[in-house]
Design a protein around this ligand. Sequence first.
Ligand SMILES: Nc1ncnc2c1ncn2[C@@H]1O[C@H](COP(=O)(O)OP(=O)(O)O)[C@@H](O)[C@H]1O
Ligand SMILES: [Mg+2]
Length: 418
Amino acid sequence: MKVLVVGSGGREHALAWKLSQEAEVVVAPGNAGIAQDVECVDLAVSDFEGLLNLCRTRAIDLVVVGPEDPLIVGLADLMRAAGIAVYGPGKEGARLEGSKAYSKEVMAAAGIPTARFGAFDQPEPALVFAREMVASGNLPVIKASGNALGKGVVVCNDLDEAEDAIEMMMLDREFGDAGSTVVVEERLLGFEFSLLTICSGQDYYSLPVAQDYKRALDGDRGPNTGGMGTYSPVAAVSADMVRDAEEKVVKPVLDYLRKEGVDYRGTLFSGLMVSQGKSYCLEYNVRFGDPETQTVMRRVNGGLLAALLAAAKGEPIPPVSISDEAAVTVVIASGGYPGTYRKEVPVGIPQDLPSNVKIFHAGTKFQDDSLVSSGGRVLGISATADSLSEARLSAYRVCDKIEFAEMHFRRDIAASSV
Ligand SMILES: Nc1ncnc2c1ncn2[C@@H]1O[C@H](COP(=O)(O)OP(=O)(O)O)[C@@H](O)[C@H]1O
Ligand SMILES: [Mg+2]
């Protein structure tokens, strides 16, 4: 069995590493760390023709698409049309992530619990809607509908902030076309978690929940990032909560899409908020989350290949074998991230790692044979152990041996849960 993983981040490293225990894996384009585990081919995720060619010349049996961008513009459709099994939704399904306005409309049409909202392509009615919301005692959240690289959501504390956000997105076009439509929705208060579900159009199977830490600094301070760390299992999310989310948020959207003629094959990532005991859907993403996937892959014993292949073929999904061990991943980021940061900074990694630690690379490359940084998030230090506290200690012991100018990482990943 030959698998092509498309992408170049920590998520793709974790997927490729796990899949390589069950199959022959090639990654395009990959990164310096992935290249130490499996073969990488230097093709951009946007080079559809190149990727299609690679599938043909290498007789690839399954393509696993990591990031959302190629899915949103139709990579999976192109490959399916060529008869290749692909794990990742087509363009239609990927609109769930590509357009927040569409996604909210689907939630409303399918009866999925979500914050009350309006979608607008003009600033005036958006402002009126936000003013009415504040007048009725609720606070608004303003969201750029398009893909704004995780920066397009402003959770407002008053009307002024909401008005500024609408103007910034719709008039100043801070996020370009991504802000030509905005969603104005009611702010909910509660506890957040995300559910990663493998979907085959007919069937679905949820992976264990991993809690992520979005803010840059300890104590959930500082700006939002792509994610600074994760841990699993999450005691605060019970099996009942997962079942409830599957029943109310996962199943109805898949049913709705199927009725609309969309055969969704890939990951459905549901962003959930539990408010007063009830789960609400904040958003859907159409791919595995990062760094959640790094932690979750550490808990997969086997069966991932069979599950992803079944999903790609539209078949019933065999359960994945999950270990009872705990896993913790701490992200090492470049100084300044998520703002501006230096690249091509030499990265030093200890030669001897304990057997329970795996380092996933998110943004590294080789320069004249030495390892240097190439992104904001650089490494994911991922440890497993019988308990969360041991896994946490193991991960941090290795973090303290990483040498990398201006590097920063959070000290409190999983701290409140051990
Ligand atoms: N209705 C809401 N009420 C409260 N917080 C929200 C709401 N919608 C989004 N948020 C917060 O904003 C974050 C980002 O919003 P989300 O819809 O997940 O967009 P994205 O991940 O694309 O930036 C969420 O993780 C959550 O913390
Ligand atoms: Mg989100």
